[in-house]
Ligand binder design. Sequence first.
Ligand code: ADE
Length: 481
Amino acid sequence: MKFTILTLFPDMVMSGLNDSIIKRGMDNGLLEVGAVNIRDFSADKHKRVDDYTYGGGAGMLMQAEPVYQALSSVTSESQKKPRVVYVTPQGRPFCQKMAEEFAKEEQLVLLCGHYEGIDERVLEECVTDYVSIGDYVLTGGELASMVIVDAVARLVPGVLHNETSAETESFHGELLEYPQYSRPEEWHGKRVPEVLLSGNSKKIREWRLTEAEKRTKERRPDLYEKYQLLQLAKKRLSVRKIHHMDMIEAINRGRATLIYMDETECLLMENQSGTYFHTTYEATEQETYRPHFLDKLGPESLDKIILLMEHNEGCVSEIEKELGLHMEYQNHTCALTRREKLPIRGLYAEDGKEGPTGISIEPLTLSDLDYALGLYKLQFDDPEYMKHRIENDPMYLARFHGAPAGIMGMHVDGSIGMLEVDPAFRRKHIGFALETYLYNKMIENGEIPYGYIFHTNQISINMQEKLGMYVAKEYSFWLHK
Ligand code: ADE
């Protein structure tokens, strides 16, 4: 990902960012950070870029033309128009969700103001986002830009070597992070909580959740309130647990934003994919049912819905009509709700190593991209999607006596899928091995594996049931713009 910072103080931002993890990301070719000196674009012989404010008032303002020229020098060399972020105390408050949104971009341009700010006309013409890093005023935008680059850069796949640590930490699903301890076991008379020494991963997970809740309630009551609303949604969704497992798991995994909720229905957004999920908790009797959110949300919020998973058939036609979406597929949700890992049954040896069956499982990497695409293209031909999946979530490759034999992984919305067994290796339990391995990894992580089965695919329904999955009897409906 490329960051370009437009500033009067390029050395300040470059020296601040050219160290530690960001530097390693640059050295590895994952990040590119550059600064452009706005002063280089001044037509003035003294290289001035500021002037008095019309209408009077204290201080000087940065003029439109040098800023415009500096921005044009950056945007004209980009194939796709990049987002241009003006950092200002008058912007939208910067937060983790915004960092996640920015991290999806190929390039981000950050514009730093100085003096009293920048002539409004060039902002109107060029800026796509106004962002503040907090309710206080700095002497210029440089520190704010550095904060944004740092928070976004660490989310770029590969920048943090420990991939999972970008997810399990502060601001994960409205909860602050739990307390953590390192050696020694006792320091200044304080012992590490016993449970953390127990090796019991279920107990440790429970303890961490309780501590995270306590800490959030105490330190950030505003976040805690949002967390409680999501917990209430989860409780209401549990009346049809399997059917709603996609929504429940989005909440459990800290990936849900509550968009609308009342006593009968709920609309969530899954943060990573931007997919919306809607349901009425209980099935409704009416043939058509107008969801309340259509009348409660403003046009700006409704316009953002381009992919929606509807859990009540009665709502489909109203949503299609009102939001201009159309139904593409219907499917059943299936979920593996057991808390103990599945038996391996000799499918492979410990840790996915090759067992007597000849099957082994390992993480799928970018070097297997062509193989994975060759298999998956039968269903879905999008190289970028597969690359994104490999970079962002666990995907697995099965081998049969060393030869690649199948793949499986997780969709961007968190459902499991993309199971493909190489036609050359059918009937060798490759599919069962991949599923068992992936489900066990998820169970170890405290997650409930769930997926969608195309409604006519009886073979797949039978296979999932054999593995202990419950299949919802109801249909869910994918609605696309
Ligand atoms: N420039 C000056 N103060 C700022 C702030 N709080 N956030 C972003 N940019 C700024």
